[in-house]
Design a protein around this ligand. Structure first.
Ligand code: 6PG
Length: 272
């Protein structure tokens, strides 16, 4: 039942918390989600969040939407706008669709109105889909050319190869500095993906990484404690200029980290 933690400081050092399992990790992420939503939502402002895909966030989405949990009642969901950090180039209904996963585990159970759901159109030509979403983001965030939209929160995961969103090792999009949305071709899948670009991710006010499983331990150590090799471990690119990064990890993923402090559960009390 241990978890190690680093407090983020004024220099933007990431906050790293380790939990014994995905359930506890997801519960802490849900608490942070609610905290950030409450801090941002006000009569004239809605909370803008970009959701992550893959399997790890399913538990978080289930907790946020669950009638049996406190999180659902703690947020005015009419004041939340949902975007995606990345998407597979598929229609919205196959299993691989990140939209479908979030819709089933979060949006439908919460009854989110379609006007607050802004998905990436994975079913059309990838570059056209990326250009459409970029146009929409500029409009929604009122971000003229050379300006970047500022998400209140971007949820991210990390693959065992150190990729995040659909920013994969040694792909051109890693050096993108102008576009908001890209359609990189990912060799290992033999297909395109749609993804927010590094400048957009690094413009966010808050980024939450959720990383679980022993298969991610080597990449996680390289990303958090290794030399600067963002081309090889793209998750290293995530360093918001004026924002915070929270790493929620399970013990299996954190096994190879050398962090020193230990906290008990997530009450925040230091364990002597
Ligand atoms: C995707 C994701 C991707 C994901 C990692 C981790 O579309 O697959 O956005 O970046 O977060 O691949 O995936 P798991 O959570 O399934 O391990």
């Amino acid at each position: 039942m241990n978890w190690k933690m680093n407090k983020s400081d004024a220099n933007g050092k990431p906050e790293i918390a380790v939990f014994s399992n995905l359930e506890e990790l997801s519960r802490a992420a849900a608490k942070k989600f609610v905290e950030l939503a409450q801090a941002n939502i006000n009569p004239g402002y809605s909370f803008r969040v970009a959701l992550s895909g893959g399997s790890t966030p399913k538990k978080l989405y289930d907790l946020l939407a669950s009638e049996r949990e406190p999180f659902r009642r703690a947020v005015d969901w009419n004041k939340v706008n949902f975007f995606w950090g990345d998407e597979r180039c598929v229609a919205p209904d196959p299993d691989e669709s990140n939209f479908r996963m979030a819709n089933e585990h979060l949006l439908e159970p919460l009854g989110i109105s379609p006007g607050n759901i802004h998905r990436l159109n994975g079913e059309i030509e990838p570059n056209a889909a990326a250009a459409d979403y970029e146009r929409f983001l500029r409009l929604f965030f009122n971000a003229p050319p050379s300006c970047f939209p500022r998400f209140d929160l971007i949820l991210l995961g990390m693959g065992a190869d150190g990729h995040t969103a659909s920013l994969f090792p040694r792909t051109e999009v890693l050096s993108e500095r102008e576009k908001l949305v890209a359609a990189p071709f990912v060799e290992k899948f033999g297909t395109h993906r749609l993804t927010l670009t590094p400048p957009v991710i690094n413009r966010a006010a808050n980024v939450i990484f959720q990383v679980a499983g022993a298969d991610k331990a080597d990449a996680l150590r390289a990303v958090l404690e290794g030399d600067e090799q963002a081309d090889k471990f793209p998750a290293q690119i995530v360093k918001p200029f004026d924002g915070k990064v929270f790493w929620f990890l399970d013990e299996a993923a954190a096994e190879k980290l050398t962090l020193t402090r230990k906290y008990e559960n997530f009450t925040g009390r230091l364990r002597r």
